[in-house]
Design a protein around this ligand. Structure first.
Ligand SMILES: C[S@@+](CC[C@H](N)C(=O)[O-])C[C@H]1O[C@@H](n2cnc3c(N)ncnc32)[C@H](O)[C@@H]1O
Length: 276
């Protein structure tokens, strides 16, 4: 009989410290003492699933087992997302394609968009539909949408690309009719969308295994979980990955404090353009 299913069993300060330190080292996510309830409720489930009898034992496991460390981080991350979340960013994306990059794309340049903490994929698919809407008549247009996340469970869902019909209401109807296919209680995307989107595992605070630049980067609602130095380093690395004229979109409660130092200019709500 496990003794962890009720909140009377507090996590010891020591266990909380070990869990917080590992979460920070692995993912940059900052957990303070106030997050005790969140840590307890999210990880207690893993303890029960794996028949681990207490948090001390769990701490021994995460210190030696890299797979459980990433499962722990996955359990601690917040994955809330939606199609066309903060719709203005998709309008800005349309504008830079239509008014900025269209001639380059006509001349063979591949449009590249990065959803840099994509969770279950809605952001990447929304970007793919936005771009396809503009480029649909350009038979020569090439584009690639990259979705990355640290959470491999979310990446798996993104790759499967099936969503509950409940989520249909976030997608403008004419876009849905153009690019989506209903299948029972779910929907997925037509081949032309699925072919443009790729999902890969990537930790934003670690090395990035590619050199390429992007015309637009969505990095929304992840930096809020990082401390200031981690956030600032992230903004600087992302700015370097933007083409001049390209834009970065960040979460509604996030801000880049010194955009000019990074060659960025604020151009709209939580949006910055690379100007040099
Ligand atoms: C709240 S979701 C944001 C989803 C989407 N960008 C949006 O705004 O709707 C935050 C995502 O960040 C991911 N994440 C957290 N730390 C990360 C890291 N160090 N590297 C990459 N992704 C990370 C989580 O797994 C989670 O899926």
């Amino acid at each position: 009989m496990l003794s962890l299913s009720n909140k009377d069993e507090k996590i010891s300060r020591r266990s909380l410290r070990i869990i917080s330190q590992i979460a920070y080292d692995v993912s940059g996510i900052l957990l303070n003492d106030k997050k005790e309830d969140l840590v307890f409720s999210r990880l207690n489930k893993r303890l029960r699933e794996n028949k681990i009898s207490n948090f001390e034992e769990y701490c021994d496991i995460i210190q030696s087992d890299a797979v459980e460390r990433s499962q722990m981080v996955a359990a601690l991350t917040t994955n809330v997302t939606a199609f066309y979340r903060e719709k203005h960013h998709f309008n800005y994306l349309s504008n830079i394609i239509r008014n900025g990059f269209i001639n380059k794309i006509k001349n063979g340049e591949e449009l590249r968009i990065w959803s840099a903490a994509c969770s279950s994929g809605e952001e990447a698919y929304s970007a793919a539909m936005t771009a396809s809407e503009i480029l649909a008549d350009l038979s020569s247009a090439k584009m690639k949408i990259l979705g990355t996340d640290i959470d491999t469970n979310m990446l798996e869902r993104s790759r499967i690309g099936f969503y509950d019909l409940e989520e249909k209401k976030s997608i403008p109807l004419e876009i849905f009719n153009k690019f989506c296919l209903e299948k029972g209680k779910e929907f997925t995307f037509k081949k032309e969308i699925l072919e443009t989107v790729r999902f890969k595992s990537l930790n934003l605070i670690a090395e990035w295994p590619f050199e390429s630049k992007f015309h637009a980067i969505f990095c929304r609602n992840v930096a809020i979980y990082f401390d200031k130095p981690t956030r600032e380093k992230l903004w600087s690395r992302l700015a370097e990955r933007l083409h001049v004229g390209g834009e970065i979109y960040i979460g509604h409660s996030e801000r880049i404090s010194n955009p000019d130092l990074l060659g960025l200019r604020p151009v709209g709500l939580n949006s910055y353009k690379r100007v040099k």
